[in-house]
Ligand binder design. Structure first.
Ligand code: SF4
Length: 477
């Protein structure tokens, strides 16, 4: 997997994952737990629905004036002693971080958990410049030490169980004799390793959950306090922010301080919320750079249906309720954005002619649970259906489109439909075994790969109805 780009189409990538019982057990356990906790946290607020509507409206208002908000943010950050850079794509953003690090002679830096930095594959690019980036979020550290990739927005190591982490930490951080699988012991080993990095590293890189245009304030929310260490202890701080994260005022941010923690970690209040505005002499980093990243976002903004995707506050609630994510896991999506949000965001950022990314809108049962869970009311099923149409448009004429065209023709008139059913009934004989159709031929075989199909009955409902009428049966059924 590399950044945004899926290396394989989703159905192919998901095949091996759904057949991994350990992965499925790990995912089921964690998503079930988070799901129940979230429902309780959300249920405490009688005005939850009003908050969701307000969250969606606040984001939409910002997106409607995005260029003005961003220019205002730039001016505010600069007025408070910060530097602002604009990056059209991942390559520009990576180069900016590398240049800043090299300008300070930095060969090692610490990172706050940031999916945007994963999106641009920052760590790999920095490595190529001889700069080692150390993840400080515990789950991200697990992923990094195991040379793995994240599989969940909030819990990047969700696919790892405690025994796997114990083995990893014993190999990478501790003495095999001393580290048990007690979570407190494992967390202690990570803490000792990271503490030494916090105190000796000169530069940090963070993402940004939100930024406030009128004061130039950047905000990071996290649960461990390691992010707080990164944004306060080093001399130089670089924050990479997707341009859609900007809000107008402090009032705007307040609704997300309610929506985000309850939706993501099922907490009433976020444990660590850091805000900083430019630089303050003698307090915190003395050099601050804000990189504003586009990387396909303005194209998403230009699309009337897809635009709502940019409301996302990366809470991961949609992942935790998605039956497809729960079975396939995050790696099957092949992008740093997995689950329902990934299924709509990744193909839009990469554009629908990406032949692997455009399979992602198919990674859904369209049950609608993601929309119900989303704190900013992104109508994910609507965008999924829209993108499926776009993907089909890019494929041109295929066996599938011809078959669907034929089905549309047959179903558009009652007499044609009846004729098609009669034909199918007459021809199904050799396919029926033990009262079920267990394998359909050709393109239709995908349907019976994992389920049986009931054969057409000897008499259709219409035929039965006509017969009943002819026999003079009347009255109420
Ligand atoms: S789409 Fe909605 S539920 Fe999913 S991560 Fe984004 S804000 Fe959360």
């Amino acid at each position: 997997m590399s950044g945004l780009h899926p290396a394989r189409p989703f159905p192919e990538a998901a095949k091996s994952e759904v057949n991994n019982p350990q992965l499925r057990a790990n995912l089921r356990k964690v998503t079930n737990t988070i799901r129940e906790k979230r429902l309780r946290a959300v249920g405490e607020l009688p005005h939850w629905e009003e908050l969701r509507v307000l969250g969606a409206a606040t984001k939409d208002a910002s997106l409607a004036h995005l260029s003005d908000r961003l220019l205002e943010l730039e001016a505010s950050v600069k007025a408070r002693g910060g530097h602002v850079h604009w990056a059209r794509d991942a390559a520009e953003a990576r180069e900016l971080v590398a240049q800043i690090a090299q300008g300070h002679g930095v060969t090692e830096l610490i990172k706050v958990k940031s999916i945007t930095s994963d999106e641009i594959e920052l760590n790999r690019a920095l490595d190529a410049h001889g700069i080692h980036a150390i993840e400080t979020d515990l789950a991200e550290l697990i992923v990094q030490l195991s040379h793995d990739t994240p599989s969940h927005i909030l819990v990047p190591a969700i696919h790892r169980n405690r025994a796997e982490i114990q083995a990893l930490f014993n190999r990478e951080l501790g003495d095999p004799e001393h580290l048990s699988d007690d979570p407190a012991v494992l967390a202690g080993a990570a803490r000792r390793y990271l503490r030494q990095k916090f105190l000796t590293t000169k530069m940090a890189v963070s993402g940004a959950n939100f930024a406030i245009a009128d004061t130039g304030t950047v905000c990071v929310v996290e649960s461990e306090g390691n992010g707080r260490m990164c944004v306060t202890l080093p001399e130089v701080l670089v924050s990479i922010m997707g341009i859609e994260k900007v809000l107008g005022t402090w009032e705007d941010i307040s609704v997300f301080m309610e929506l985000l923690p309850r939706s993501s970690t099922a907490e009433r209040m976020n444990p660590y919320t850091s805000f900083w505005s430019g630089v303050t002499p003698g307090d915190g980093p003395q050099e601050f750079h804000l990189i504003l990243l586009d990387n396909g976002r303005t194209d998403v903004l230009a699309d009337e249906v897809g635009r709502q995707t940019l409301r996302c506050i990366r809470c991961s609630a949609c992942l935790n309720v998605c039956p497809v994510y729960e079975r396939a896991g995050g790696h099957a999506y092949g992008s740093v954005y997995p689950g329902p949000i990934g299924a709509i965001l990744t193909p839009q950022l990469l554009h629908m002619d990406d032949k692997n990314a455009n399979t992602l809108p198919g990674a859904s049962s369209l049950c609608g649970a993601c929309f119900d869970a989303c704190p900013v009311r992104i109508n994910i099923p609507q965008v999924l259906i829209y993108l499926r149409g776009e993907a089909n448009g890019h494929k041109g004429t295929t066996l599938e489109s011809v078959a669907m065209g034929a089905a549309r023709y047959a179903m558009s008139e009652g007499w044609r439909f009846e004729g098609a059913v009669k034909l199918a009934r007459a021809g199904q004989g050799p396919l029926v075994h033990g009262g079920q159709i267990t394998a359909l031929p050709g393109l239709l075989g995908g349907w019976t790969q994992s389920r049986d199909l009931a054969p057409f009955p000897p008499q259709s409902f219409r035929e039965w109805w006509r017969e009943r009428e002819a026999e003079g049966a009347g009255g109420e059924p």
